[in-house]
Design a protein around this ligand. Sequence first.
Ligand code: SF4
Length: 351
Amino acid sequence: MRDTGEFDVSSELLAWYDRHARKMPWRVSPVDRAAGVRPDPYRVWLSEVMLQQTTVAAVRDYFMRFTTRWPTVQALAAAPDDQVMGEWAGLGYYARARNLLKCARAVAEDHDGIFPDTYDTLLDLPGIGPYTAAAISAIAFDRPETVLDGNVERVMARLYNIHDPLPGSKPALKNKAATLTPDVRPGDYAQAVMDLGATICTPKSPTCGICPLRDPCLSRKAGTQADLPRKTPKKPKPTRYGHVYIAQRNDAALLLERRPDKGLLGGMLGWPGSDWSDAPAETPPFPADWQALPGEVRHTFTHFHLILRIWTAPLPEDLAPNDLIIMDKHTFRPKVLPTVMRKALDLWLGQ
Ligand code: SF4
């Protein structure tokens, strides 16, 4: 059933989208799409991976840099890991960047550089979960998959006045979203619901007066839209602590480590340091008169807050510690570091 009462939600949303679609560098406008232009699956995939946990505004510049430097999935697949991780630095959630490369290489090697075009085949690729598979399948290949991101959840909870809290209500919201997904222009429709959630049915103060769904919207009738969607309260994040060691040679070379592939910031370069825990032991990478910098670095990850103490010492000329990297000053670029490690660099440089 696609209608809410007599109201055809998908037709109204598509008509609204034709007038108000947001312009995005990875998007084909409704006018161009009607004229036969098809989205590039590589650009759709790249944008969807970048947009996970991040806003459109934050992603735009990264997307432009990536696609200028690597205009095709084959070009990205052939890129050195460090260059890709360097371009990604600042976007966070570095496991996504590692999976991005794995996925590009799988498409290049196993699919002759052509993205598979169904939900199930997309789901087999590294780093592509149910949401991303549905989004690529709908947006790039115009298949009637149901795409459920935070914007769509909010629109569905309000349209149907669903008060069960997230995340438990996800299946019910997806069910509602699925009943509305049309066979006609499903790609534009998926983007239309997301745009409605991002521009009109916003988290705070939805502008119901200009909303194309104001007539059938049950929460607007009940006056409950500002309370929806409800969310199960999150547990407060714990705080962990750590030590970081910055050592520099007389010629300005720096001592770095590559973090293990698995785990937080996996595969990224960083300063050698302790584990991150309630009471980490001091673990300097070589014996020296390490001096603690005044101040500390604070950073928040998805599941915890981190407070780092920064220690410095001169790096002896003849020292080459096992498993660590000595990087000369011409090779070192702060952007190769993840944000938390750059904060440590900034604290050190500031003193
Ligand atoms: S009428 Fe208001 S609450 Fe309902 S979908 Fe539109 S903007 Fe959201």
